[in-house]
Ligand binder design. Sequence first.
Ligand code: GUN
Length: 293
Amino acid sequence: MFQILDGKATATQIKDEIANEVRRITADGKRPPHLAAVLVGDDGASMTYVANKEKASHEVGFTSSVYRFPANIKEEDLIQTIEFLNKDEEIDGFIVQLPLPKQINEQHIIDAISPNKDVDGFTPVNIGRMVLDESAFIPATPMGICTLLERYNIETSGKHCVVVGRSNIVGTPVANLMSRKNAHANCTVTLCHSQTKNLSDITRQADILIVAIGKPEFITADMVKDDVVVIDVGIHRIPDASKKNGFHLIGDVKHSEVDNKCSWVTPVPGGVGPLTIVSLLQNTLKAYKNKFE
Ligand code: GUN
């Protein structure tokens, strides 16, 4: 019988720990950490993610702000906002919610973010520091995956970790983290992507399978071996008239058939998602402490 890696419960526990720390900070008469978000356009999923980040910030006692812009904003105007946020002493960390509209080059925007405030860990400086295992802001979803495996004491050393998907946000950084030389990593990592041949032959070798490919129910039972640990990063809205919000969520893994082969598995929703937000809070607290301590 498979066991659930309960992201929601783990996130609640870590939020309590952060909230305690924020109480100690404010009891000393200092201001709480502040997380800002930049939101461009009116994409439903992005609006939900930013709203969830704001809600979580308030739950742990942070202050927060959201800078909203229309989808037709010019790149140079967005860069001006980034430069303003870089300088604002009251803002400890900020994120620019992705994806951005087509007329904007995402890398130009990311490159403009001060590495000291880059709590998403997307800037070249933080990615470089991460790869060198120096102090860095680690991208939130990969960091959340590692936290979940660590908190559940999942054995990773010497295991074969197969990552499906090579995005800058998830696949590439998580492949790096899982291969690091430390007790909660030490995996042999295979990074698969759209050009990988015989994908199923590789995923079937996985002791730990991390799926971040962005295709609904892509991983089926024939693609995994018995007792695999499955981390499903996918999140897709499926129209559903029976739901109040008009949709339900599914992942990149076909849980109805894969879960029974797993030793551990993350559900969707309630798996990786809540940990992503918590990692952002942890990074914001770190940015605050880097500044004041
Ligand atoms: N879009 C999807 N995931 C993320 C994330 O972790 N951070 C930002 N800024 N945008 C995203």
